[in-house]
Write a protein that binds this ligand. Structure first.
Ligand code: ATP
Ligand code: MG
Length: 724
């Protein structure tokens, strides 16, 4: 900054110096003319200063609007009038013979009047430097004063300054001293204000006044109109005028530029502060070479790049990925057509972080329609995007609900989620599902929450209908309660089954006891045996049933503790065959056990025995007569019932009988579940669920394959248990 100003000052000094040489040359030539004729010298010298005075006026007048100080306006206007009086003085000079009837007193009076006016004007100009002066008032004032002076002089009212034969009057001499005094005072005033002035113009003004003082001093030595002091006086007067001229030229042309520059600097500072205090990023670049021209602090802070780095980077390529750059290109084309554009892009920071931004872009185009600069103002929209995503996900919330959710008004569906659409087969804008009509009408009427259970598509739903107070719609929340309903039904079934199952043995027991009481005295040993046997059989049935229920409750409460020991499955199955033989014989069923003798297993024998018992009981119960029940045991089994390829043994129980339907197959391991084709046979539906639980406690798995009215196979895989 400073060096630039200094440079300016230097160049202006150089310019000043060259024009000074030209001026000195002209002055010298003017001086030479006095050798030929003093009148010629005087005329040229005065005209020269008059021309300069008029020049000063023209510049001062025309630049009055650009220069804040009124110094040059006052000097310019005053010198127009001073110059005019000097012109009359020149024309009135001895030897010119223009104004008849006047002697050398006239030009001297005019001279003194002009000098008073000039010195007074200098003082006024410096005193009123920063006062606003109306130029028109100034011109009117000077016209009045000058005219008055000229009128006074020509009418011989003005004090005499020169008397032929006697020489200069005391008025003239004293006036010269007064004028010198005024000039000296104006130097002091000027000096006091020197800080407000540009150094060059200050010096030029001082030189000008000093020259004028020298001229005046010379004139105090004035004896005759053609003597040496007169010559020196005139030369210094010209010099004085010239310095003022230089000052006004300097000020008139350079000051407005400086003012303009200062204003520009101020507005630049303002813009800089405004941009740097913004949270939004501001970035201007030249798209032709990718050079960044301007950016604000926010851009540095967010991008993480220093000013130096930004200057060396290519914009916009260095800050965005390819996809975003293509977007930006489209946006720029749009900006050319419409003036500006918005685009969302992700700014890649120095750390490689991606920050979503929304840019407002505009282009600066030259006369040929080419883009000179692209201006972009960017807003970090990370938080906005997060908020939008949250709103979006919240809006999706009910649609993700696996249960039906609806909002209805005036029998029209306002909202329905995917689960609701599937269930009712309706969409938004359609009529409400008819099954809900009554209850919805009721809630609209009473404005009280209602609940309703409905069976739709073989599933059970509970609907809660909530009125939205002061709004004319209802929210309906559905819940699939099929599981609960089925469980409730099974429990109901169980209760009746258990009571039925219990009733049979209890009735038999009671009848036996009754028989015993009646025939106590006449009981034959056969009858006695019969009563005891029946009693024992039914008691054991009751015991089994209560054990089953106890077993399940223990499993549920995880109270079962397994007692692991080695066992021989062949032996276990052979014992079981003996146990079931009487039942099998009834249906003429035979067993076929296929197992190697030396297989040894680890497990809780009592529980494993229970599993085999459940499976063989079913196999006999649900087999046709005259069939074979096959039991196969495969050691180190690696087939489809061992998907994880563990080491272990597979047991298979195959029987031919009523089979299991496709619909029942997935449910037969559920508690109390009995297939629809077994109503003739007694049972609780607990056997398989107990078996499954025991198998799983041994980390095994059970599978079933069956066809209705055909063969049924239960496959059990037990992995080898080492660490029990
Ligand atoms: P219980 O608990 O007294 O044994 P249950 O035999 O009915 O009664 P589960 O043993 O759990 O109960 O068997 C469940 C259902 O699976 C049976 O009711 C029957 O429908 C079906 N089922 C089981 N084994 C066979 C089989 N071998 N053949 C055909 N259906 C079978
Ligand atoms: Mg059973």
């Amino acid at each position: 900054m400073w060096s630039q100003e200094e440079k300016k000052e230097l160049t202006s000094r150089v310019k000043c110096r060259s024009s000074l040489i030209v001026f000195a040359l002209i002055l010298f030539l003017t001086y030479l003319t006095h050798f030929y004729s003093f009148l010629l010298f005087h005329t040229i010298a005065e005209l020269f200063s008059v021309v300069i005075a008029f020049g000063i006026f023209i510049i001062g007048w025309n630049t009055r609007k650009n220069i804040e100080s009124s110094i040059f306006l006052v000097l310019g206007v005053s010198l127009l009038f001073v110059g005019s009086i000097d012109l009359i003085h020149t024309l009135a000079y001895s030897g010119m013979n223009i104004f008849e009837g006047y002697d050398a007193n006239l030009p001297t009076q005019l001279w003194i009047a002009a000098r008073y006016l000039q010195a007074g004007s200098f003082l006024m100009a410096f005193l009123l430097m920063y006062k606003k002066i109306n130029p028109n008032h100034l011109v009117i004032g000077y016209t009045v004063i000058s005219t008055l002076l000229v009128v006074l002089i020509f009418n011989r009212i003005f004090p005499d300054c020169y008397i032929e034969g006697t020489g200069l009057t005391p008025f003239k001499i004293i006036s010269e001293y007064i004028i010198i005094g005024i000039l000296a005072v104006s130097i002091i005033v000027l000096y006091k204000n020197r800080k407000e002035l540009n150094l060059t113009t200050f010096r030029l003004k001082i030189f000008s006044i000093l020259s004028l003082i020298i001229a005046e001093v010379a004139f105090t030595f004035y004896i005759g109109v053609y003597d040496l002091s007169n010559l020196i006086g005139h030369i210094f007067k010209i010099i004085s005028f010239y310095f003022i001229y230089l000052a006004i030229v300097q000020k008139g042309f350079e000051d407005p530029l400086n003012t303009l520059f200062t204003r520009l600097k101020q507005s630049e500072e303002f813009i800089k502060t405004a941009l740097n205090t913004q949270m939004d990023t501001f970035f201007v670049f030249n798209p032709k070479n990718g050079k960044a021209i301007r950016w604000n602090k926010a851009f540095n802070e967010i991008s993480g790049y220093t000013d130096k780095e930004i200057l060396s980077m290519k914009a916009p390529d260095s800050y965005y990925n390819q996809e975003d750059l293509e977007k930006a290109e489209k946006a720029i084309r749009n900006a050319i057509e419409t003036g500006n554009t918005t685009v969302q892009m992700e700014l890649i920071t120095k750390e490689g972080k991606k920050i979503p931004f929304e840019y407002l872009g505009s282009v600066i185009i030259d006369d040929h329609g080419d883009i000179n600069y692209i201006v972009s103002v960017g807003r970090n929209i990370t938080q906005r995007i997060q908020a939008e995503e949250e709103i979006k996900s919240l809006a999706k919330f009910p649609s993700e609900n696996p249960n039906p959710v609806l909002r209805v008004s005036n029998e029209i569906v306002l909202y329905i989620n995917d689960a609701g659409q599937k269930l009712f087969n309706i969409e938004v804008g359609k009529k409400m599902p008819p099954s809900l009509n009554n209850v919805v009408g009721e809630v609209f009427h009473t404005q009280i929450i209602h609940q309703i259970e409905l069976e739709l598509n073989n599933q059970f739903y509970s609907f809660t209908i909530t009125p939205i107070t002061e709004k004319s719609y209802l929210n309906i929340y559905g819940l699939n309660i099929t599981e609960r309903i089925l469980a409730e039904r099974r429990i109901k079934n169980l209760v009746s089954t258990i009571s039925h199952e219990l009733r049979t043995p209890i009735t038999v027991l009671m009848m036996s006891l009754d028989l015993y009481r009646q025939k106590k005295t006449s009981l034959t040993p056969e009858l006695q045996n019969y009563i005891i046997e029946t009693g024992e059989k039914n008691l054991s049935l009751l015991k089994d049933l209560s054990e089953d229920i106890l077993m399940l409750s223990q499993i549920d409460e995880q109270k079962i503790e397994l007692n692991f020991e080695n066992y021989n499955p062949l032996k276990l199955l052979q014992d079981m065959e003996l146990f079931f033989a009487p039942f099998a014989q009834e249906k003429n069923i035979t067993f076929e056990i296929n197992i190697s003798e030396d297989i040894n297993m680890k497990g809780d024998i009592k529980r494993i025995d229970q599993v085999f018992r459940i499976l063989l009981d079913n196999a006999i119960k649900y087999s046709h007569e005259n069939t074979i029940i096959k039991i196969i045991v495969i050691e180190n089994y690696k087939g489809r019932f061992n998907p994880k390829g563990k080491n272990g043994t597979l047991y298979q129980f195959k029987n031919s009988g009523i089979g299991i339907s496709k619909d029942d197959l997935p449910h037969i391991f559920e508690r109390f579940y009995r297939a629809s084709n077994v109503s003739e046979t007694s049972g609780t539906g607990l056997g398989l669920s107990i078996a499954k639980d025991i198998i799983e406690l041994h980390q095994g798995e059970i599978f079933v394959e069956s066809k209705l009215g055909n063969e049924t196979t239960f496959s059990i895989f037990f992995p080898r248990i080492e660490n029990f």
